[in-house]
Design a protein around this ligand. Sequence first.
Ligand SMILES: *[C@@H]1O[C@H](CO)[C@@H](O)[C@H](O)[C@H]1NC(C)=O
Ligand SMILES: *[C@@H]1O[C@H](CO)[C@@H](O)[C@H](O)[C@H]1NC(C)=O
Ligand SMILES: *[C@@H]1O[C@H](CO)[C@@H](O)[C@H](O)[C@H]1NC(C)=O
Ligand SMILES: *[C@@H]1O[C@H](CO)[C@@H](O)[C@H](O)[C@H]1NC(C)=O
Ligand SMILES: *[C@@H]1O[C@H](CO)[C@@H](O)[C@H](O)[C@H]1NC(C)=O
Ligand SMILES: *[C@@H]1O[C@H](CO)[C@@H](O)[C@H](O)[C@H]1NC(C)=O
Ligand SMILES: *[C@@H]1O[C@H](CO)[C@@H](O)[C@H](O)[C@H]1NC(C)=O
Ligand SMILES: *[C@@H]1O[C@H](CO)[C@@H](O)[C@H](O)[C@H]1NC(C)=O
Ligand SMILES: *[C@@H]1O[C@H](CO)[C@@H](O)[C@H](O)[C@H]1NC(C)=O
Ligand SMILES: *[C@@H]1O[C@H](CO)[C@@H](O)[C@H](O)[C@H]1NC(C)=O
Ligand SMILES: *[C@@H]1O[C@H](CO)[C@@H](O)[C@H](O)[C@H]1NC(C)=O
Ligand SMILES: *[C@@H]1O[C@H](CO)[C@@H](O)[C@H](O)[C@H]1NC(C)=O
Length: 559
Amino acid sequence: MNRSATVVLFLVLNFALQFKTALAASTYNLPSTSLQDGPALLAGQASNSTALNAFGISPVSIASDGTYYVVLQAGQISFRAALDTGSADFWLTSTECTTSTCMSVPRYPLTYASPTFVSINNNETAFSVSYADGTGASGFVARETVEVSNVTVANQAFGVVTNSNITLVSEVSGILGLGFSRQSEISTRAANATPFFSTLAQQGILEYPIFGLSLTRNTTGTFTLGAIDVSVVQNVSQVVWSEVVPFSPVGAQTNTSGYFFWAIRMSSFAVNGTQYTPQPTYPGPSDNSSIALLDVGTPGLYGPYQDVTRLYSSFPSSRLVDESGQWAIPCDSSATMSFSFGDGTIFILEPTDYIIGPAEGNPDLCLSWPKASPPSADGIDWLLGTPFLRTVYSIWSYGIDYQEPPMIGLYPRNNASAPVQPFSVVESSLSSESATVATTLPNFVLSTPTYTTPSYAFNTSVPAVYGEIVQSELATSTYSPLIGTLAVNATALPQVTGAYTLFVTNSNGAVVTSTYHISQPLVTLGVPPGWSSAASRTAPGVGLAISILITLAAGIWII
Ligand SMILES: *[C@@H]1O[C@H](CO)[C@@H](O)[C@H](O)[C@H]1NC(C)=O
Ligand SMILES: *[C@@H]1O[C@H](CO)[C@@H](O)[C@H](O)[C@H]1NC(C)=O
Ligand SMILES: *[C@@H]1O[C@H](CO)[C@@H](O)[C@H](O)[C@H]1NC(C)=O
Ligand SMILES: *[C@@H]1O[C@H](CO)[C@@H](O)[C@H](O)[C@H]1NC(C)=O
Ligand SMILES: *[C@@H]1O[C@H](CO)[C@@H](O)[C@H](O)[C@H]1NC(C)=O
Ligand SMILES: *[C@@H]1O[C@H](CO)[C@@H](O)[C@H](O)[C@H]1NC(C)=O
Ligand SMILES: *[C@@H]1O[C@H](CO)[C@@H](O)[C@H](O)[C@H]1NC(C)=O
Ligand SMILES: *[C@@H]1O[C@H](CO)[C@@H](O)[C@H](O)[C@H]1NC(C)=O
Ligand SMILES: *[C@@H]1O[C@H](CO)[C@@H](O)[C@H](O)[C@H]1NC(C)=O
Ligand SMILES: *[C@@H]1O[C@H](CO)[C@@H](O)[C@H](O)[C@H]1NC(C)=O
Ligand SMILES: *[C@@H]1O[C@H](CO)[C@@H](O)[C@H](O)[C@H]1NC(C)=O
Ligand SMILES: *[C@@H]1O[C@H](CO)[C@@H](O)[C@H](O)[C@H]1NC(C)=O
């Protein structure tokens, strides 16, 4: 059972339900209260892999299929790469791939002979990924200097894709998998070929082995490495921490740490405050919570039939409308949905967070998240993708060898005590996003399908210990633990901000303070420095000539 394949399937397919998101212009502002009062450091202390204690921040944007990407540099060439916490490999489409799916995005130029490219085994170490929808990509493994959020790693192993039928949109050239090494295909193919974030953690490059994600429906999200974005997290004490669930080794995986997926235990879910206890597909001896995988590569929410059926029983006139596990609810349903983990703090989803859009043939009925899925042998019952992750700031702590298990911190962005969103807000949001789904729903009631539960995939003769402190594969033990299981000192986490304050004049001529966010750097994608029309590197050693332009709402450009 290959969970990452499933996850990337979601990433690639985006389900038959295309919801179109109105992409905003590249200028925007946040409420002026969003400047943090704690210490904020400037992004980008370090720019190469020998320089330690680096951290940085970069914009995150939404692609037309609802996935999220950052702009990174591979060999000083800029690419958009989709963020994925459900897989662990970094790959880019290359110029050797001439399929129509590859030709529609900027490709890594193999003819350029990047000075930082390092061959592995004469480019003959094969790499391939395949997905449950039948699409896949293949190529070879190599190394490059990779820079993300102003943090640079030399000799990072990556997949050079030479053949693919994976659909890529919005000029996104590949995927940056942020999962644990045990999920990585590339690390099984070449020696010391750790995934990107493992490299950062194991080499002690970052200020602290964490990354942070703020996701919006436009270009105002942020991705931080080694620090958290305190222009979003106003009060670090309100971050709710959960230990990542370990998985027993399977078969011959005797030396593995146990950490596998970015998954945590979900203790309850609720509709309008009516609380349900999840029914895990594989209940533990002492724990009835379910395992939820948090995945930025999945633009949806999924749960098992036994839970999703009960959740929709709280929505009058809701019904199953598709064998894929899709439910519809009246569009004017006014209810909050919530999930809670660990300490019981509830994380609220408002109707605009979980409603997908009205069905074209039945405009009063709206398709909605979550969808229901058949039981999965890996025991992961819930898959919480971007509709959930947009409602929180998420902090992903990789864990420290001998000292600290991996943890996920969630900071709520929705107000749990506010009244449920009125239908007028839902209506205008659906129309501004052109969210109508081109489908007509069946006019009869579908029966809930039944599935045979497969046997549990993980070897229980080697029990995985919850909150396990492991000896290898996480971050170097030279870090001092800040978010261990016994005590959390989150205020000591490195902080960075993508926001800055500006004094501007309003329409009445008065000077007011506004806080602006960093914007997507304007870069030319997939074009190397010194590149000319000739299909080779013409000016070796020419520095990166890409200016980072920051657009201010006032129309000022900073170069
Ligand atoms: C971008 O999204 C954020 C949060 O979803 C919102 O507050 C902001 O107004 C949006 N900005 C633009 C320019 O649409
Ligand atoms: C990136 O880091 C360099 C120093 O290594 C710094 O001069 C530059 O301002 C940083 N850029 C950003 C966008 O943080
Ligand atoms: C890399 O970092 C080291 C240590 O900070 C520094 O001495 C060196 O000049 C840096 N190299 C480059 C290419 O920036
Ligand atoms: C491997 O690929 C790189 C990039 O295309 C190329 O420069 C190099 O010559 C190749 N090496 C071999 C042995 O084919
Ligand atoms: C994608 O390519 C794989 C491998 O070549 C092939 O088996 C599969 O049928 C293709 N799928 C689609 C949807 O084209
Ligand atoms: C931050 O949150 C904590 C815990 O909820 C609370 O005790 C504290 O008063 C908050 N601090 C501020 C400045 O709001
Ligand atoms: C489970 O792990 C034990 C100990 O490593 C091993 O002896 C056994 O063969 C494994 N069983 C399966 C089904 O992989
Ligand atoms: C497991 O680790 C030990 C000690 O590092 C090593 O001797 C052994 O070869 C490893 N076994 C496997 C299957 O990798
Ligand atoms: C788990 O749930 C089942 C069914 O609701 C119940 O019988 C059992 O006692 C629960 N186990 C624990 C450890 O709470
Ligand atoms: C949820 O509560 C609101 C009032 O807070 C109510 O108007 C609405 O009908 C409720 N929705 C459901 C599905 O129970
Ligand atoms: C949350 O909502 C409640 C009720 O509307 C309101 O009193 C409170 O000020 C809100 N809190 C924040 C931080 O917006
Ligand atoms: C937590 O970290 C802050 C900032 O480094 C420090 O001032 C404080 O004393 C620490 N608290 C504990 C309990 O260690």
